[in-house]
Design a protein around this ligand. Structure first.
Ligand SMILES: [Zn+2]
Length: 468
């Protein structure tokens, strides 16, 4: 495949994460780097000590069983989202050849009456990666080894040599992407016409409410913090099960965010039986603590970042500096949607493109198009630990007949809408004037440059330099 770029002929290799992919995974100075991240793959097999995920250097074992994603009546989440990612990849690849560009412009015209004169020669191209190889079902029978190796989120020791290997989060960060689009499906919600939703994680200031809540003994101050939480966009915090309220789950997740430990139900002390590990030290990036952190952390000294008590926990070290810094506020707190930062804007914008894609391709009417739900709010790993704009999408419910029908028959529409949405987030796409439909995309691009120029360091590149 030959593609032109500024008059040069460049071969853009189709690179999944083979050895070549890893070697190639440096930065690409002349491109916007986009990673399509289809969730899961792999299998939840026993024993956890061999097949698990979330490898914790403190314990020297996996904290969690492997999470293979949802399935329902023959539809497997990891397979469906991989297929959508592959199709999206192919559509975005059109932007690299002059014939392809013409085809891509025809697609854009479905979504915008005025796409203008696109100056393909002079704009920085979009370079696309897929974060993992296809799912287990094509390969697992032939492999008699650690079949989850290509799919783990966190770093893990090689089953034979013990040498640490990159998990998906480390691999994605090593590509220095501008934008990562994570694709998931779920089950269990009965929306009439099916639904789509963003998955986001708040910034430091939101979690700090929990820190303040635990540290004050004053009842009226605690009530004030509680009211502030319920007046915030995070009031509808993810409830994992009915054993705790929204606020209690928020407190518990804030404990996990800060200390790694679950809290007890009242959110005032640690549940020492439930430890998730120091997640920011379970991946390769510049925000991990220095090498000797494990020995200190094992002692959980008070007044340190390894204290198990939020009362005397100190948010110090490279990760906590990152968390308090301005780019994380842009990414997770402020922004176009009024909260949730560029992560939420990118996610919502892609959902609006998907909804619109179903309408312009006549799969659905405005009435039957998938509903855009409120975002899922929690201390999720992917949007927290990626040094990129993270658009994390739930594309549908595997037990909903409308979503199933769209997934089975219209994957190409999801892919097309995602490709157009990614184009729009990178370059902008003019929306037809006069339309006040807030369910339509806004067409505004992400200001990647402010991240690239913050503090004279490139936010996207510094995550793995100068070590790697
Ligand atoms: Zn999932």
């Amino acid at each position: 495949m030959k593609r032109s770029n500024k008059g040069r002929k460049i071969l853009w290799p189709l690179l999944f994460f083979t050895a070549g992919f890893l070697l190639y995974g440096g930065y690409e100075p002349d491109a916007y780097i986009v990673v399509l991240d289809p969730g899961h793959g792999g299998r939840d097999l026993l024993p956890k000590s061999v097949y698990g995920d979330k490898y914790d250097p403190l314990l020297g074992e996996y904290r969690d069983h492997f999470r293979p994603g949802a399935q329902n009546k023959g539809l497997i989440e990891s397979e469906e989202v991989y297929s959508i990612a592959e199709k999206t990849y192919k559509i975005l690849e059109l932007t690299h050849s002059s014939e392809g560009q013409k085809e891509f412009e025809q697609i854009l015209k479905k979504y915008s009456k005025n796409i203008g004169n696109i100056n393909w020669e002079n704009q920085k191209p979009i370079k696309v990666y897929i974060s993992r190889i296809p799912g287990y079902s094509k390969e697992y029978l032939s492999k008699k080894t650690d079949i989850n190796a290509p799919y783990r989120l966190y770093d893990f020791p090689d089953i034979y040599t013990g040498e640490m290997q990159k998990g998906t989060i480390s691999r994605i960060n090593a590509l220095n992407p501008h934008l990562v689009v994570s694709l998931h499906l779920t089950a269990g919600r009965k929306e009439k016409n099916g639904a789509i939703a963003s998955v986001i994680t708040p910034g430091y200031d939101t979690y700090k409410m929990a820190l303040d809540y635990v540290r004050t003994k004053n009842v009226s101050k605690r009530q004030k913090i509680r009211r502030k939480f319920f007046a915030s966009p995070y009031a509808n915090w993810m409830v994992s099960n009915d054993s705790r309220t929204h606020f209690q789950w928020f407190l518990c997740d804030a404990w996990i965010y800060f200390t790694g430990y679950w809290s007890k139900k009242d959110g005032l002390s640690a549940d020492k039986r439930k430890f998730r590990g120091y997640r920011h030290n379970m991946m390769q990036w510049i925000y991990a603590d220095k090498e000797d952190w494990v020995e200190t952390a094992k002692k959980h000294p008070p007044n340190s970042p390894y204290s198990f008590d939020l009362l005397n926990f100190t948010p110090e070290g490279p990760f906590w500096e990152r968390e308090k810094d301005i780019p994380e506020r842009w990414r997770r707190t402020e922004g176009e949607e009024g909260y949730g930062g560029d992560n939420l804007y990118a996610s919502q914008e892609l959902l609006r493109y998907i909804r619109n894609g179903m309408i312009v391709n006549k799969v659905n009417s405005k009435k039957t198009a998938p509903k855009i739900l409120n975002p899922y709010l929690s201390t999720w790993s992917v949007p927290t630990y990626l040094n990129a704009i993270s658009a994390y999408l739930e594309l549908g419910f595997l037990d909903n007949s409308y979503d199933r029908e769209r997934l089975v028959n219209h994957k190409q529409v999801y892919a097309e809408a995602l490709a157009v949405g990614i184009y729009s987030l990178v370059y902008s796409l003019q929306q037809d004037s006069g339309s006040k439909d807030e369910l339509l995309p806004k067409g505004k691009p992400i200001n990647f440059e402010k991240y690239e120029n913050y503090n004279e360091e490139n936010y996207f590149k510094k995550v793995t330099s100068p070590i790697y």
